[in-house]
Design a protein around this ligand. Structure first.
Ligand SMILES: C[S@@+](CC[C@H](N)C(=O)[O-])C[C@H]1O[C@@H](n2cnc3c(N)ncnc32)[C@H](O)[C@@H]1O
Length: 261
């Protein structure tokens, strides 16, 4: 049974508890479609490879690497491909996701735990990743970040990837999925405030999410279906590319790199 640390000083503790419970329900099940899209759909895979190219500059041989809120483990899978000699640990509060990761990616260590109370000693990891986690722990962002920094070695990095509330697709996503509405608090200004006690920098991660949104609805079927979808994805990827060039300032998510000191 997972325990969540709630902030006792908050008057709206009941609301916080409701949010936490709805997040646990929302994330409980394994998201097969998301995992296999990232690994098998060539259009999504291309995006994942670009992302991992940005992360791998922080990794070295034999590093201890942690992802908090690792889900099914696709990020660890890609990082492991770049650094097979590193050690990988994924934490998530969904027992089902962690056991799926254990079956599919047996080289990873999976731990069921809450991001606000990581069961690791201080300075255990060289690199700690949190991708699309903060907006799901809105009531405890500072605690989650503090924990990530605590378990990361001095000289190491904590990397946060967070979706942006001003992106049109994310706005739609928030409309249909109340559990995603924590994104509203992931504006650049608020993320800067959250990280203000640390040495950090913020960069744009992905400009647009059209291909990813398409994969959310269409997936990547087995057999002949994928050949039929290929041109559809191709057109969407082209449109995404063109919009990105016409509007260079648009961004769907950001990457924050914290140097742990
Ligand atoms: C949007 S998913 C992202 C998963 C993964 N980082 C990825 O990029 O595929 C958010 C993940 O965070 C996990 N999560 C949410 N709140 C958490 C918490 N308080 N402690 C641990 N994991 C949490 C969810 O179970 C889910 O797997």
């Amino acid at each position: 049974m997972i325990r969540l640390r709630l902030n006792k000083n908050k008057a709206n503790e009941h609301d916080i508890h409701e949010c936490a419970v709805s997040q646990i329900k929302f994330h409980n099940k394994v998201d097969y479609s998301r995992f296999y899209n990232r690994l098998r759909n060539p259009f999504v895979k291309a995006k994942e490879l670009k992302l991992v190219a940005r992360l791998k500059v922080f990794l070295k041989k034999n590093y201890e690497i942690l992802e908090v809120g690792c889900g099914e483990g696709s990020n660890l899978y890609y990082l492991n491909n770049c650094h097979p000699d590193a050690n990988f640990t994924g934490v998530d509060f969904s027992k089902e996701k962690i056991s799926f990761m254990g079956r599919i990616l047996s080289q990873m260590k999976g731990v069921v735990a809450d991001a606000t109370m990581l069961p690791f000693a201080a300075q255990t990891y060289d690199f700690t990743l949190m991708r699309d986690l903060l907006h799901h722990v809105n009531w405890a962002r500072a605690d989650v970040l503090r924990e990530a920094v605590r378990v990361t070695k001095i000289g190491g990095h904590v990397v946060i990837i967070e979706s942006q509330p001003d992106s049109i697709l994310n706005k739609l996503f928030m409309l249909f999925f109340p559990e995603e509405r924590g994104m509203k608090d992931s504006t650049i200004e608020k993320l800067r405030k959250l990280c203000s006690g640390y040495s950090y920098r913020i960069e744009t991660c992905e400009k647009l999410y059209l291909v990813r949104a398409c994969s959310f609805f269409l997936g990547w079927p087995k057999g002949i279906g994928r050949f039929l979808l290929y041109p559809v994805y191709g057109v969407v990827a082209l449109v995404e590319d063109i919009i990105g060039k016409i509007r260079p300032s648009c961004r769907t998510n950001v990457i924050i790199i914290i140097d742990v000191q």
